[in-house]
Design a protein around this ligand. Sequence first.
Ligand code: ADP
Ligand code: MG
Length: 233
Amino acid sequence: MGLEAKDIVVRFGGMTALDGVGFKMDSGEILGLIGPNGSGKTTLLNALSGVLAPSAGSFRLGERSWAKMAPRDAARIGIRRTFQNIRLFSDMTALETVEVAAAALGRGDRRKAALHALAELDFLEHLDRIALELPYGLQRRLEIARAIVGEIRFLLLDEPTAGLNHTESSALVDVVKRIRDERGCGIILVDHDLHVIMKSCDRIIVLNEGHLIAEGSPSEVRNDPEVIRAYLG
Ligand code: ADP
Ligand code: MG
C-alpha cells in the first residue's frame, strides 16, 4: 500500500519550515530523507505522524486521505516513528516499555506483541532491565522495538544512528533492513551518516530550506549538482 504526501506546507509563525513538499513511496521501500540541519526533515516526520498539523497539503495511505490526524490514530493505522531525541519513561523495564505501547494501540495480546517486537531487535536478553539504565545504543534499539509493536505499515526513523559507533550503526542498518524484509513495511530513514543512507536506502529524497530539491536512487542523488551544493559539498 502506497503512502503519499501532497504539497505539504508547515509554518511556524512567519517562518515556513516546509514549502509544498510532496513525495510517494511504496510498502517494502526504504526511503532516505536527507538535508542540512534545519531543512525540515523532522518537521516532515512530525506532520506525517500527526505530531503537528500542516498549514496546507494532505497525506494519503491507500484509500484513506487526510490533512491532519491525531498521533494515536496515525499509530493505529500503522504509521509509527521514533524521535531524534530518545524519549523513554523513567522506571519501566524494557518489556514494560513496549507493553505500554501495545496497550496504547488497544491490543489485547500486549505481552505477546511486545515480545515479538523485542525479539526483532535482538532484545530478549535485556527484557527486565530498566529502560533508562540501558546503554545508549540499546535505548535506541528499544525505541525502535516500541515503534514496531503490532501491525505497522510505515516506520519513520529520525536519526536512529546518531551517537552510535561504527559497529553499532552498521548492526542497526541490518536490523532496519530485516524489519523491512519481515514486515514488508515502508521505512523513512533520516540520517546524517551518508554511509548508512547509501547502504540501506532504495531511494532518497533531499530537503533544503523546506523545499524538496532532489529525488532518486542513491547514485543519482550523490551526483546531483544541487544536492552537492546544498548538502554534500
Ligand atoms: P531538521 O530536522 O531538518 O534539522 P527541523 O524540521 O527540525 O529540521 O526544523 C526545520 C525548521 O523549522 C528549523 O528552522 C527549525 O528551527 C524550525 N522549527 C522546527 N520545529 C519548530 C517549532 N516547534 N517551532 C518553531 N520552529 C520550529
Ligand atoms: Mg531533525
